[in-house]
Design a protein. Structure first.
Length: 330
């Protein structure tokens, strides 16, 4: 996870999400205003400390997720919210990916509550994270995937009610077990595996790229099946972790040992491109939270041709000389 290397400017530039989107929304939901240096050098402010503004087009939202192609952020007005008083994490093993994902919607419906996050991690990811951290999760050799469900509340009574209802719903719907971490020490043990996911893969392959696709939550099992097919086609491991509550998956293909890095760059882009195109065909998108950048601009053009044309026209209107982050998005 990028929690230790994440900065507010990049968050706004890509409209980043994370593990708590299901409850709190994306970055865009928390930005009240921006001060920007425009391509012509003018300093302009959009939005501000005010809470409401319905006077014309919402230009503020246009710049969030623009990846630096329309101007430079020099001031960001952020809506802050209080930290929760109580936090509890549930580690939930499942015998299949399908069972894990099929629990997401019923969990919220049956408990009439919204977790702050529902993370997903597959068996391959657990294998590498376990080797890296020296930790082992319960049922690790028997199950195919885990959910990490997090609840937040203001009081001990409220948090206990939430995790008791959640645990019962999960077990009723096919969880192999439910492990409750109701203190910081136990929570850290659960999250250590997930947060060290990418580092554990880098220990095996320093060149590992991470994909970033999003699909409707109900399509995650189908997406995972397709990723497995791609893995078999190219004869490589593709561990996957992500945010189950919003359908955002991060496939990470691992380089074959004898393949030169320059050849791997081309091949890995082909692999992640196939996965991204499949996500778009399933009603998802080629990027859930990392943005388009240099690598995905052709995919953006293919999957959203009409929107891509409109984006080009917006870019031309604000930056006719193409001096802001040239090569990004377009």
């Amino acid at each position: 996870m990028s929690v230790e290397t994440s900065f507010i400017g990049g968050n706004v530039a890509t409209n980043a999400g994370g593990s708590k989107v299901i409850k709190y929304g994306n970055t865009a939901h928390h930005i009240l205003g921006l001060e920007m240096v425009m391509p012509d050098g003018e300093i302009v402010e959009y939005g501000g400390k005010r809470r409401k503004d319905s006077s014309g087009y919402n230009l503020l939202q246009l710049f969030i997720g623009s990846e630096g192609t329309l101007g430079i952020f020099t001031k960001i007005y952020v809506n802050l919210i209080p930290q929760p008083g109580k936090v509890v994490d549930l580690l939930v093993p499942f015998e299949s990916v399908e069972k894990a994902i099929s629990n997401v919607a019923p969990l919220m419906v049956e408990t009439k509550s919204l977790p702050s996050g529902i993370e997903f991690i597959d068996k391959k990811s657990i294998y590498y994270a376990s080797k890296y951290t020296g930790m082992k999760l319960p049922y690790q050799d028997e199950v195919e995937s885990y959910l990490i469900v997090q609840y937040e509340a203001t009081s001990l009574q409220e948090i206990e009610e939430l995790y008791e209802k959640g645990g019962k719903a999960l077990q009723k719907n096919g969880a192999k077990d439910v492990f409750i971490a109701d203190n910081r020490s136990n929570s850290e043990k659960i999250w250590r595996m997930r947060r060290n996911w990418l580092e554990s893969l880098k220990a095996v392959d320093p060149y590992v790229p991470t994909g970033d696709v999003v699909v409707p939550t109900s399509k995650i099992p189908e997406m995972m099946k397709y990723i497995n097919e791609v893995s078999n086609e190219f004869k490589i491991d593709i561990p996957v972790a992500g945010h189950a509550a919003d359908g955002n998956l991060h496939p990470a293909p691992l380089k074959p040992k004898n393949l030169p890095p320059n050849e791997w760059k081309t091949l890995s882009e082909e692999i992640l491109g196939k996965i991204a195109m499949k996500a778009a065909q399933m009603g998802g998108a080629i990027s859930g939270e990392h943005g388009v950048g240099f690598i995905k601009k052709e995919l953006l053009k293919k999957t959203k041709p009409k929107q891509y044309k409109w984006m080009q026209e917006v870019k031309e209107a604000f930056d006719p000389n193409n001096i802001m982050n040239p090569g990004k998005l377009f």
